[in-house]
Design a protein around this ligand. Structure first.
Ligand SMILES: [Mg+2]
Length: 146
């Protein structure tokens, strides 16, 4: 089994600007690339779980978001770090109805646990909102508010 560190994206990996999708608006929170590299080196899967209601709202597309995620990994590569996978929720309850993936639900984490054979007891999550922590704790993963 694998151990994993789950990371929220906006406000945890990068400075939170509303409905980020433009590469030119992306800025790492200081120290995050090095933080991610530590977990890579320690043998953790590094997995992003992010609510992206901007897709439901039509502010940007999944293609835009994927482009940003490729950019993030290219930046990390410069210091020998990487994110193993990005899971995102493109929904918003007012627009697309309820779903199981939008945090504080834990569909994204459960999917990753299944995809990567994750041991929840050896795993942790960092996020900047209580919904991040709740989403992790529903799966038995210890969550830390940053
Ligand atoms: Mg956040």
């Amino acid at each position: 089994m694998n151990k994993a560190v789950f990371l929220d994206r906006d406000g945890t990996i990068n400075v939170d600007v509303n409905y980020l999708y433009r590469i030119e608006d992306f800025r790492f929170i200081e120290g995050m690339p090095q933080f991610i590299k530590k977990f890579n080196d320690w043998g953790y899967k590094v997995i992003v779980v992010t609510n992206q209601a901007g897709i439901a709202r039509g502010y940007y597309t999944e293609k835009d978001m994927n482009k940003l995620h490729r950019f993030i990994n290219n930046e990390l590569k410069k210091i020998g770090a990487h994110i193993d996978a990005f899971y995102y929720c493109p929904h918003h309850p007012d627009i697309t109805g309820p779903c199981h993936c939008r945090k504080p639900e834990s569909g994204m984490i459960l999917q990753a646990i299944n995809d990567f054979n994750i041991d929840v007891k050896q795993s942790l999550l960092f996020g900047d909102k209580m919904w991040d922590i709740e989403s992790a704790e529903k799966c038995g993963i210890k969550g830390f508010l940053v």
